[in-house]
Design a protein around this ligand. Structure first.
Ligand code: ADP
Length: 158
């Protein structure tokens, strides 16, 4: 059975992330969605909330496991017996950072491959930051995130 890991901040999960998970499941049997506990960016949502929002998004799908981790991704992937990392690519602006990360991970851990899935064009502009900004300014984020995430963003605004 093939298993991959999809790491990220997921602050919060968006429809773009959900699309990548569903499409990754066309090529792997199980996907471990791993929320980074120590991102450089200061997250809006706590680690616990980010995990909870993801779990709710994939409720009933036993092919998706949601966990959080600290430290090096390759160490965590090795511990979990995963040898494929999934990342999503939107525009060229993602490329530099993703290229650097993938090559660094390959250097540290040659048995782990990074596989990129291209965004669906309808999500190419969508990011967690955009959603947070929109929510802060009172915009309707309903078309960009699942309803439970939208509800949480609205609650946080009050
Ligand atoms: P990170 O902070 O690690 O970049 P994110 O939660 O922002 O975490 O993103 C996790 C992964 O999902 C990254 O590979 C990112 O490029 C990808 N991703 C985010 N939004 C989209 C989207 N709209 N379409 C495709 N991939 C996306």
């Amino acid at each position: 059975m093939s298993k991959a890991i999809y790491p990220g901040s997921f602050d919060p999960v968006t429809n773009g992330h959900i699309d990548i998970v569903n499409r990754a499941l066309k090529v792997v049997d199980r996907l471990l969605v791993a929320v980074i506990g120590n991102p450089d960016k200061k997250p809006l949502f706590s680690l616990k909330d980010r995990v909870r929002l993801l779990k709710e998004s994939f409720k009933g799908n036993d092919k998706v496991i949601v966990e959080s981790f600290d430290g090096l991704l390759v160490d965590y992937a090795t511990k979990k017996n995963v040898d494929v990392i999934i990342r999503g690519l939107r525009a060229v602006s993602d490329f530099d950072y993703e290229f650097q990360m993938a090559l660094t991970n390959l250097e540290m851990c040659p048995q782990i491959e990074t596989i990129f899935i291209m965004t669906d064009p309808k999500y190419s502009y969508l990011s967690s930051s955009l959603v947070k900004q929109l929510a802060r300014l009172g915009g309707d984020v309903g078309r960009f995130v699942p309803p439970h995430v939208s509800k949480k963003l609205i609650k946080g605004r009050k």
